[in-house]
Write a protein that binds this ligand. Sequence first.
Ligand code: UDP
Ligand code: MG
Length: 324
Amino acid sequence: MPNKLMVVIPCYNEEEVLHETARRLTVKMETLTEAGLCDASSRVLLVDDGSRDRTWEIIQSLHRENPLFEGLRLSRNRGHQNALLAGLMTARDHCDVSISMDADLQDDMDAMDRFLLAYREGCDIVYGVRNKRDTDTFFKRQSALAFYRLMKGLGVDITYNHADYRLMSRRALQALGEFREVNLFLRGLAPLVGFQSDTVYYDRSERFAGESKYPFKKMLAFAIDGITSFSVKPLRLITTLGLVIFVISLAMLIYTLISFIVGKTVIGWTSTLASIWMIGGIQLLSLGVIGEYIGKIYNETKRRPRFIIDRYLNGEGADPVRDQ
Ligand code: UDP
Ligand code: MG
C-alpha cells in the first residue's frame, strides 16, 4: 500500500508552541519512516489560519530549514474547521493518507503508529479518541459530555470524545471533498463518509504553551453549529411543543367557559400574567431555533468559498488548490 503521509496541523497564533511541535514531529516522522509505517517522502502541512503573531514567519523558516515542513497560508482567519479543511483538501492532492492534529501537542503523537497500522489493515478512517479528560477543566469536561449526549439524543452519529485527531485515506478525503456544506463540523461529516473505520485510544495532555483558541463563546457556537448542521430534531421538538400547548389551551378554553357559565369568574391576574410570559418565551425561543436554521440555509445558498489560499510552500512551486 503506498503511504505518503501528510500530517495536517491548523495553527492560529501558535508562535509559542510551533518550534516544539516541529521538533517533536521531526523525530516522530523519522521513527515512523524507519518502522516502515510511512514513506520517506511524507510531509507535515502547517496551515496558518490568518495568525496575527509570528506563526507564518516560523512556518516559513521551518520550511526553509527542512523540506519535511510545508506551509499553507489562508487569506484570513477562517476558524479551526475551515483551516483544517483547507489543509485536508491540499493533502488530498499530495498524499496517500493524512492525519490531522492540533498544534498545541495535546494529542499524543505516539498514537500515530496505531493509526497507520489500522490504515495498513485496510481502514480508511481512524478516529483518535481520548481516554480521559482530566487535563481539561471540570466545566469543559461536563459541557463536552452534555454536548455528546445531546447529539446522540438528537440522532447524530459522532464518536464520543473524538476531536479532530483523525487519519483519513486519500479516497476518504476525496469523498469528504464531495460534501459541499459551508457550515463545517468535520467530526460529524467523517462518519457520513463511511468506509471501514477504527478507533485508537490515547491520553490527551495539557496544552504545551499558549492558551486555548476556543473560549466559551466559540465553543458554544461550535456546539450549536454541530447540532443544527446535522439534526432537524429541534424543529420537530417545536412542533411537538406547539401541539402540547394547543391541547392544554383547549382544556383551558373549556375550563374558562364552564367557569363563565357557572358564574364564578375571578380576575385571574397571576394565571394571565404567567401564561403571557410563558407563551411569549416559548414563542421567542422557537423563533430563535427556526432562525438558526434559516441562517444556515442563507449561508449555504450563498455558496461562498470555505477558504481562500494565499500561499502554499511545498518545494514544488505547485499551484495552490482551490475550493471548488
Ligand atoms: N485554530 C485555528 N483557527 C482558529 C482557532 C484555532 O486554526 O480560529 C487551531 C489552533 O491553532 C489549534 C487547533 O485549532 O491547533 C485547536 O485549537 P485549541 O487547541 O485552541 O482548542 P482546544 O484544544 O482548547 O479546544
Ligand atoms: Mg488544544
